[in-house]
Design a binder for this molecule. Structure first.
Ligand code: NAD
Ligand code: MG
Length: 390
């Protein structure tokens, strides 16, 4: 029986993870569930999955949850705050951590899981974008196992040679090909992008996801973050990573080998497939996802991404090439800009402009501690907020 902590259990990935786990009560039990503010949903999950511990973001939320659990006569212990998140991910009573908090808030608890040598199912790409080297070092030093949940990286993982050692060229890998749907604005006239609304931006054509990643998909910053994620996961340089727009989201990504072979992983766009793959790896378990019916899809299309339409993708490649703190700065500025857009405080086109300005303003430096990275993250946030308010 594997005992699992789900960081961010009330989010889109968290809920899909619980859906897969509910299908295999003989294999998995829940050690801890966490949510930031969604107390009612977390209480409902506690009722169904009976975790030992539930963590929320604040003391008032913890009081409310305790009250609701008592009314249902549930024994789940309630805790709150960042230290409690790190504790449930490093607890000796937990074997597997699903890292599914959105944004930089997921870094510290995910790193705690790495330092405790856990099996980590990584959805929280921002953690790897911010602290790639430190995170990969912690995984290696402490014998943790890192399995990608992001559908593209999970696909690449499935297409790489067994026992891949993060040195593409030595193992016959020429390139990794990250597919991208192009999001809701792939064909919208570029000059009308300024006026798009948050509701239009979060309406993804193929995937149902949280609001932040949905906006990231509309700007293609999501793909940019995934390029950086692929660099850290697979040891691929910026030149060894190619983004291919594939609007049907059926091929989740590919690996191109030096002999001309290209291996792809296909499936319906449903995150329960990569989640089930990583949960059971190296075995296979049912996920609840319908079988792919290629003849009903009929056609698969591919095109090159256009940096004029999607400047955020270029900014991410630039940050990867710059190295050091640049990806952390990019990520922080993006989080502020996306929140500003979702709150109606700034236009869609301001997202890339704001990130570019913060990247220009803040010199990127080499950082060798989490504290140093957090300082860069905070500084980038404050510069981005100042621009947005001016
Ligand atoms: P979501 O917004 O639906 O859920 C986020 C979860 O994190 C919620 O449980 C929320 O309570 C918690 N949370 C939010 N802010 C927090 C904070 N400050 N402290 C602690 N907890 C906090 O997001 P999602 O779509 O499930 O995405 C989660 C992560 O997975 C993101 O990093 C995203 O990029 C990645 N991802 C998501 C998908 C997808 O299909 N949704 C696909 C690939 C990768
Ligand atoms: Mg993805």
């Amino acid at each position: 029986m594997q005992r699992i902590t789900i960081l961010g259990s009330t989010g889109s990935i968290g809920v899909s993870t619980l859906d897969v786990i509910a299908r295999h009560p003989d294999r998995y039990s829940i050690h801890a569930l966490t949510a930031h503010t969604s107390v009612d949903e977390l209480c409902r999950q506690c009722e169904q999955f009976k975790p030992r511990i539930a963590v929320v973001g604040s003391e008032p939320a913890a009081r409310l949850l305790s009250q609701q659990l008592r009314q249902k006569d549930l024994k789940t212990r309630v805790e709150f705050g960042p230290a409690a998140l790190a504790a449930v991910s490093s607890d000796p009573d937990c074997d597997v951590v699903m890292a599914a908090i959105v944004g930089a808030a997921g870094l510290v608890p995910t790193l705690a899981a790495a330092r405790a040598g856990k099996k980590i199912l990584l959805a929280n790409k921002e953690a790897l974008v911010m602290a790639g080297q430190l995170f990969m070092d912690a995984v290696q030093t402490n014998g943790a196992t890192l399995l990608p949940i992001d559908s593209e990286h999970n696909a690449i993982f499935q297409c790489l040679p067994k026992n891949y050692r993060r040195t593409p060229s030595e193992q016959g890998v020429a390139k990794v090909l990250l597919t991208a749907s192009g999001g809701p604005f792939l064909n919208r006239p570029v000059e009308t992008l300024e006026s798009v609304t948050p509701a239009e931006a979060v309406a993804h054509p193929n995937w149902i996801m949280g609001r932040k990643i949905s906006v990231d998909s509309a700007t293609m910053m999501n793909k940019g973050l995934e390029v950086i994620e692929a660099h850290w996961l697979f040891g691929a340089s910026a030149d060894q990573i190619e983004v291919v727009i594939h609007p049907q989201s059926v091929i989740h990504s590919m690996v191109s080998y030096i002999d001309g072979s290209v291996l792809a992983q296909l499936g319906n766009p449903d995150m329960r497939t990569p989640i089930a793959h990583a949960l059971a790896y190296p075995e296979r378990i049912a996920s609840g996802v319908a079988h792919l019916d290629l003849t009903s899809i009929g056609q698969l299309d591919f095109k090159k991404p256009d940096f004029n339409r999607f400047p955020c993708l270029k900014l991410a490649f630039d940050a990867l090439r710059a190295g050091g703190s640049a990806p952390a700065i990019l990520n922080a500025a993006n989080e502020i800009a996306v929140q500003g857009f979702l709150d109606g405080r700034t236009g869609f086109r301001m997202i890339d402009q704001l990130i570019a300005r913060v990247m220009d303003d803040l010199p990127h430096i080499q950082v060798d501690s989490i504290e140093g990275l957090m300082e860069q993250d905070l500084e980038a946030r404050s510069i981005a907020s100042a621009y947005m308010n001016s």
